[in-house]
Design a protein around this ligand. Structure first.
Ligand code: SAM
Length: 510
């Protein structure tokens, strides 16, 4: 397939388009209401027919734009002129977002409303990206520029919401992480190997009137040379792909390396680009190889960084090699039963077998360059449960702040601290039938990582008493007396667990 022309980020035309989209109420909510929830959900699964049917016969601006820019369906030029009175069909063509086709206009890209919510408030962006599989009616070209997907939203939600000066988004694609970073970060450099991706990023910045995003072409950290940043966010092309003839190498998901080498390289190199106190956040895959656990391999990559780093790595799921192969072959548009599916499965399984891979982990990596001194945080954990709806970024920022405070606080200091139980914590007590004493007591968190932990009666009593009144020390004394146990032993047992409850957000400093 010949390459499509690059989007043209023309400031005046982007401003006109934004004005037109606003006037047409081209918002996620309005579009969803127009074609209904079932059709809207079907689009996410690559099925655009129900949405198209729901708008059949409608010629109002919202319907025309939804068909043209979300479903990727050609529209009559007259209707496009009426729906976009400032931009007109000619403007879309000049932006290289569409091309003339007979009496009509055929889209060359999608522009979708993308709602967001963070600590600074709610809003919506319009995000232009390449035509998806539903619009193309087939597999994606290798230089496809991805729209906002599940992984994009995960990383956007993980970004720390605290203010910072300089940010970097490696592998920016349509620019979603750079846009998200600019909510808190003064200036962002957005890099990509794809000139097409960078053109979309510039266009999306103009469309959403977001300044301070400097786009640079190049691989990994090449475009930023020796620069350092307070924040680095990357949803890198981490998908593990066999390096054999006939297996497509999609630029948007595959960095061209073997196995999980790209993520390993990123982790080893990123420290050199972090300013003191700077935080890098990325998504990644890691292989469990020859019996060496994937999370342990990530620990080794962090240890190999020439700049010592704090690390918090969370594995969200693990797939066996076959499930992994199926997932990413389907993602590329080849479904089970179609020609080539079995050959691709074989290529993936052979590739995994060559490195003795028996599982692939997916998760979040947070790395921080200490302000001064040696790293103090090395946390590698598996969290499989479903998370709440709230973005995790604030929770991560609070956990890091709690960690730093706890690092400075000895046990006497902790005993002198007054704590509060977090408002999203509830307690569940499970009793054997007829028994008065609970056999299991659980504390559950509504926000954050929605953790559930089992606690004994002493810790449950302590958490229950953390109402911002008495300090931990006196509370421990009272509980020891009540339970008729040795106070010193109780203190030694509970203080490390109180530290963990503060880090994980069950308890807070008053
Ligand atoms: C999974 S997409 C992420 C896009 C976007 N940041 C998001 O969160 O949706 C990965 C991006 O990395 C880019 N990329 C591929 N190889 C790269 C490399 N060696 N260095 C930098 N970026 C690369 C791709 O072009 C693609 O835009």
């Amino acid at each position: 397939m010949p390459s499509l022309p690059l989007p043209q980020p023309d400031p005046a035309l982007c401003a006109a388009l934004a004005e037109d989209l606003r006037a047409a109420r081209f918002t996620g909510q309005d579009v969803r209401a127009a074609w209904g929830e079932i059709a809207d959900d079907a689009i996410a699964r690559g099925l655009r027919l129900p949405a198209g049917r729901a708008l059949e016969g409608r010629v109002d601006a919202l319907a025309v734009l939804a068909r043209l820019l979300i479903l990727g369906m050609p529209q009559p030029a007259g209707l496009v002129d009426a729906a976009l009175p400032r931009t007109r069909a000619a403007g879309l063509v000049a932006l290289n977002l569409a091309e003339p086709a007979g009496d009509g206009i055929r889209p060359l890209a999608l522009v979708r409303p993308q709602p967001f919510a963070d600590e600074s408030g709610d809003g919506e962006w319009w995000i232009a990206s390449d035509l998806d599989e539903a619009a193309l009616g087939g597999a994606l070209p290798e230089d496809h520029v991805l729209g906002v997907g599940g992984a994009s939203l995960t990383l956007a939600g993980l970004q720390l919401p605290t203010p910072a000066r300089r940010g970097l988004d490696v592998g920016t694609g349509c620019g979603i992480q750079a846009l998200r970073a600019r909510r808190n970060v003064d200036a962002v450099v957005a890099t990509d190997v794809s000139a097409r991706a960078l053109a979309f990023t510039r266009l999306n910045a103009l469309l959403n009137v977001v300044d301070g995003i400097d786009v640079r072409e190049g691989s990994m950290f090449e475009p930023v040379e020796a620069d350092t940043f307070d924040r680095i966010a990357s949803n890198p092309p981490f998908v593990i792909t066999p390096r054999v003839e006939g297996v497509p190498a999609y630029e948007y998901r595959d960095g061209g390396m073997v196995g999980d080498d790209l993520v390993a390289q990123f982790v080893r190199e990123v420290g050199a680009h972090l300013a003191p106190g700077g935080v890098a956040q990325l998504l990644g895959n890691w292989e469990t190889r020859a019996g060496v656990d994937g999370l342990e391999r990530v620990r080794d990559w962090v240890a190999a960084s020439p700049v010592p780093l704090d690390s918090w790595v969370i594995e969200r799921e693990t797939l066996d090699p076959l499930s992994y192969a199926e997932l990413w072959i389907r993602d590329g548009g080849t479904s089970a039963g179609s020609p080539g599916f079995a050959r691709l499965i074989e290529a993936w399984l052979e590739d995994f077998a060559a490195r003795e891979v028996d599982g692939v982990g997916f998760g979040y990596i947070l790395l921080r360059r200490p302000e001064a001194g040696a790293p103090t945080l090395a946390r590698y954990e598996r969290i499989a449960q479903a998370l709440g709806d709230s973005p995790l970024g604030a929770h991560l920022a609070e956990a890091l702040a709690a960690h730093d405070r706890l690092t400075r606080l000895d046990d006497a200091g902790l005993e002198a601290s007054v704590l509060l139980v977090a408002p999203d914590v509830s307690e569940a007590r499970h009793h054997l039938p007829g028994s008065e004493a609970p056999s299991v007591i659980e504390l559950r968190q509504g926000g954050g990582f929605a953790r559930t932990i089992e606690v004994d009666p002493a810790l449950a009593a302590l958490v229950g008493a953390c109402d911002g009144d008495l300090a931990v020390g006196p509370l421990l004394g009272a509980i020891a007396e009540l339970l008729e146990v040795d106070a010193a032993a109780l203190r030694d047992d509970l203080l490390p667990r109180v530290r963990e409850l503060i880090f994980t957000g069950f308890l807070r400093f008053a």
